[in-house]
Ligand binder design. Sequence first.
Ligand code: ZN
Length: 74
Amino acid sequence: MLAFGAPGLMELIIIGVILLIPVAIVVALVVVLTRSRKASGNNPNLKPCPDCGRFVSLRATTCPQCGCPLQRQQ
Ligand SMILES: [Zn+2]
């Protein structure tokens, strides 16, 4: 009984990798869809940060993501 479980480790690792691949694909798709929704949302109160590209409020003086000072630039 002491040797029990030894042969199953490799099988568990292989099964885990096989299961992780579709899970990772689904997670990646969800992340892409979520980001595309945020980016495509035409919110007039938001503008992209010139440094990191994150959408921040027009009232914000600095970017909460990277700390870039936000000024009106045309
Ligand atoms: Zn930024």
